[in-house]
Design a protein around this ligand. Structure first.
Ligand SMILES: Nc1ncnc2c1ncn2[C@@H]1O[C@H](COP(=O)(O)OP(=O)(O)OP(=O)(O)O)[C@@H](O)[C@H]1O
Length: 454
């Protein structure tokens, strides 16, 4: 995801040189405007920018007046003020009015890039803080990247939003959560939502690597490095240059290998086996664990420095038993994903109650395999308790009154409950509901009408 930067200055030459400087430094979404009134009007119309670079001296509307409009209409935009005259009084006024930084012309490309990068980082952190404080369901800028993750849970939406914000930076991300909660699915979504999406995503299970394999697979080797090394071989690091490396089950990596990994994370470079010089790599690291790393640190089985390095952003996925309303939705999703010729159209009320009340220690992976097996057994008939494994029927906790205890359970009914739930969460705002559900407004209208909710 790219940060949208808008530069506002009546000096066209300045705009042009800033644009060139930013584009050559890798900023892709840059808008230029010589008339501050145009930007003020766009803010009034609800347009959003991530960062604004504002010249102070402009006709029609001064930079300070424009800054005030930004803080009133789009407070989340970080504003950097630009001036030709270095005056402490003006600088203080700008900062007091909410500007993030103050730069004096002529501005070197390095200073500009540094200030912008810091403003982008600050915005990311403030946005993350806002998500945790807010009661609203946050909206995603890149819903397609997260489309595989099925949920209607508000906490999950907040986690996805936080993941999306982390995706735009290069910080390493740690994803924790019980087995089967969707950590790998989330890692892939972060890669898709990042600017690295066109590059390689390499998932590696750390369980599968012993010490010798780790070095060979990670670092690669040069020709003649050891007997049998007849050609140069790229390792995961070289292959994933500019992409994302996903380190699954990081808690199982030996302490010795943790040291090797830490060096790559710290220095962004590594030495191929047999080579004499280090090689630079640009990699986004995402690690996942179902172990409690803090406990492993106490037992000296996990390096504290590596933990802090990996935990640039920390996302914890809740177990399925803490988001039970996702169960009918996931059941529906797995049925819809099955071969249409054999997929049942319904789940009986009794079967859905059993699925809902079970504790799911294996989380969504376990639910998926139970539904897939039930689809095979039911041969197109409604899924009934007899199609579910015995242990699920026996271990399912006694029936509690809840969402699944009253009401029909045909798949259309599951869909109806989900749509109405999101409609309520969006405070009956139809456009917002359609956006969250990723359906067209006309489809939503039709569905609401059929439920008698005009
Ligand atoms: N929210 C979800 N929506 C749809 N499918 C999901 C969701 N979460 C997980 N799954 C599915 O459940 C299975 C397990 O997910 P995944 O491998 O990402 O879990 P994990 O937390 O990485 O597991 P482990 O810790 O065992 O490696 C996958 O088939 C995945 O597609």
């Amino acid at each position: 995801m790219e940060s949208h930067i808008v530069v506002i200055d009546d000096e066209v030459d300045f705009l042009d040189s800033v644009r060139r400087g930013l584009i050559t430094s890798g900023f892709k979404k840059v808008s230029l405007e010589s008339d501050p009134m145009v930007i003020a009007q766009s803010l009034e119309a609800g347009k959003e920018y991530d960062i604004a670079l504002i010249d102070i001296t402009m006709p029609r509307l001064s930079g300070i007046e424009l800054l005030e409009r930004f803080k009133e209409l789009s407070p989340q935009t970080e504003c950097i003020m630009v001036t030709a005259i270095d005056e402490a009084r003006v600088a203080v006024e700008c900062l007091r009015k909410g500007a993030y930084d103050y730069l004096v012309k002529p501005i070197s490309k390095e200073d500009l890039v540094l200030s912008l990068s810091r403003a982008i980082e600050r915005k990311r952190l403030v946005d993350i803080l806002d998500i945790s404080k807010s009661n609203d369901v946050p909206s995603l800028r890149k819903p397609d990247a997260f489309a595989e993750i099925v949920t209607s849970d508000t906490l999950m939406f907040k986690i996805l939003k936080e993941a999306e914000l982390h995706a735009q930076s290069n910080v390493p991300i740690l994803i924790s959560g019980e087995t089967g909660t969707g950590k790998e699915l989330l890692a892939r979504a972060i890669h898709r939502a990042s600017t690295r999406s066109g590059k390689r995503y390499t998932p590696i299970n750390m369980d599968a690597l012993d010490s010798n394999l780790f070095s060979a697979e990670f670092f690669g080797h040069i020709k003649g490095a050891f007997t049998g090394a007849q050609t140069n071989r790229a390792g995961y690091l070289e292959e994933t240059h500019r992409g994302t490396l996903f380190l699954d089950e990081i808690g199982n990596l030996s302490v010795e290998l943790q040291g090797k990994l830490l060096r790559v994370l710290q220095d962004g470079e590594f030495i191929k086996i047999g080579a004499s010089r280090p090689q630079q790599v640009d990699i986004r690291f995402i690690a996942a664990t179902n172990a409690d790393l803090e406990k492993l640190i106490v037992r000296k089985r996990f390096r504290k420095d590596l933990f802090y390095r990996l935990r640039g952003g920390w996302l914890h996925l809740p177990p399925l038993r803490q988001r039970k309303d996702d169960i009918p939705l996931l059941v529906d999703h797995f049925i819809q994903s099955a071969d249409a010729r054999f997929a049942p159209k319904e789940v009986t009320h009794e079967a859905l109650v059993l699925l809902y009340n079970y504790a799911w220690p294996g989380n969504i992976r376990e639910l998926k395999s139970v539904v897939q097996s039930a689809i095979n057994l039911s041969q197109g008939a409604p899924i009934a308790p007899g199609h579910l494994p015995d242990h699920l029927v026996q271990k399912s906790s006694p029936r509690k009154r809840g969402v699944m205890d009253d009401g029909p359970v045909a798949l259309q009914e599951v869909e109806k409950r989900h749509i109405l739930k999101i409609y309520d969460q969006a405070e009956k705002n139809k456009s917002e509901t359609a956006r969250l559900l990723e359906i067209s407004l006309s489809t939503l209208h039709r569905k609401l009408e059929s439920y008698g909710v005009a």
